[in-house]
Design a protein around this ligand. Structure first.
Ligand code: PLP
Length: 373
């Protein structure tokens, strides 16, 4: 049997261990330290955003944005339905209720029309506007941010960008995660870069970043004894994880370019296909990092394809099952049509890790074509 091709596998640059050794030498084996500072500095430079706080997970980053915006019991937050559960769960952590909206077919992300409908309808129903809006740059594809931000500002609602999958993606030349009031990144093992688990909050200014830092380190007030006026969290990134992140920053740009090159190989290979459609940037305004290359396949069952590929030692994956189709969110309001549902029923994620070779991609293409016959 040929070796296994994974969907998205950690891809180390080579210098990560040096940072970890430095941490050990200085006994910085704690959730703060020089690697955390350096990692934040490097992220800031890359994103052209000065106020970035490294935390323990992307989920924690989204949660902290909710805390900063004062999301609490009785509030509603509008979330893109077509996403991973971690986009919406922090709403629930805060005792608030998510309201889900559909995607639009070009980006697969938050449909601005459904968003506005949801805002108006929620106001009509509960007499107040949602407390925040969470668009997602799913699979790295930027959401229609101009339209979303315009609607959000018209109703005075702040936007939290879930850019967990979109490190390096750009919308109109600006890095995803820096466009809304807050942005959240993830450095989980299978994302664009790994810190073995981690995330970052992109903040609007240094005051907000200071406040996030306060909340993620247990909300200790400035007194000689432990004194608390707020509920805090233990969400700071470890100095060991940040060391991995520093090493990963050396290869980030290269890895994003490789993911894009892999996407081009798939696009080229499936160009003439009458059944396989590769998801593409809708216009030049959108520059996905193509964290995962995704395809829509006509007249096929994703599960049959997944199993057929798996039996040939190639890992593929269903698209995210929309949140309004999840038992845990069965009672949540939903606005829009069936775009997300339809994508879910027809799509597949293809192996896209930056460490895959051209011949790996060829093997995926040949195998997918043959199982479709
Ligand atoms: C991975 C992911 C998250 C959560 O990030 P973690 O670092 O795993 O907590 C949130 N949203 C989306 C869309 C993700 O893909």
């Amino acid at each position: 049997m040929e070796s296994r091709i994974f969907l998205s596998f950690p891809h180390l640059g080579g210098t990560e261990m040096n940072w970890i050794e430095e941490a050990f030498k200085g006994s910085w084996v704690v959730p703060l330290g020089p690697n955390v500072d350096e990692f934040e500095k490097r992220l800031s430079r890359y994103l052209e955003a000065p106020d970035v706080v490294a935390v323990s997970a992307g989920t924690a980053a989204i949660h902290m944005a909710m805390v900063m915006l004062g999301v609490g019991p009785g509030d509603e937050v509008i979330c893109q339905s077509f996403t991973f559960a971690a986009s919406a769960n922090p709403v629930t952590y805060q005792g608030a209720k998510p309201v889900f909206v559909d995607s639009e077919p070009d980006t697969w992300n938050m449909d601005p029309e459904a968003l506005e409908e949801a805002i108006i309808e929620r106001h009509r129903t509960i007499g107040r506007y949602p407390k925040a809006i969470v668009p997602v740059h799913l699979y790295g594809m930027p959401a229609r941010m101009d339209e979303i931000l315009e609607i959000a500002s018209r109703y005075g609602i702040p936007v939290i960008e879930d850019a967990a999958e979109a490190l390096g993606s750009e919308y109109k030349g600006k890095k995803c995660g820096t466009l809304g009031k807050y942005g959240a990144l993830s450095f989980n093992g299978n994302k664009i870069i790994t810190t073995s688990g981690g995330g970052a909050v992109i903040c609007p200014d240094s005051e907000a970043a200071k406040r996030v830092l306060f909340y993620v380190t247990q909300a200790r007030e400035n007194r000689p004894y432990y004194y608390h006026e707020h509920i805090g969290f233990n969400y700071r990134m470890s100095n060991i994880s940040a060391g991995i992140g520093c090493g990963q920053m050396d290869v980030l740009a290269e890895h994003v370019e490789r993911r894009r090159a892999i996407h081009r190989l798939y696009s080229e290979a499936f160009k003439g296909s009458d059944r396989i459609t590769v998801h593409e940037n809708p216009t030049d305004d959108f520059n996905s990092n193509f964290w995962l290359t995704t395809v829509l396949i006509d007249d096929a069952d994703p599960e049959q394809l997944r199993q057929a590929m798996n039996s040939r030692n190639i890992e593929t994956r269903w698209l995210w099952r929309p949140m309004h189709m999840q038992p845990v969110y069965a009672d949540a309001p939903y606005y829009g049509g069936n775009t997300a549902e339809s994508l879910f029923s027809r799509g597949l994620c293809l192996p896209s890790g930056s460490n895959l070779t051209d011949s790996d991609i060829e093997r995926v293409v040949t195998t997918l074509k043959s199982v479709l016959k």
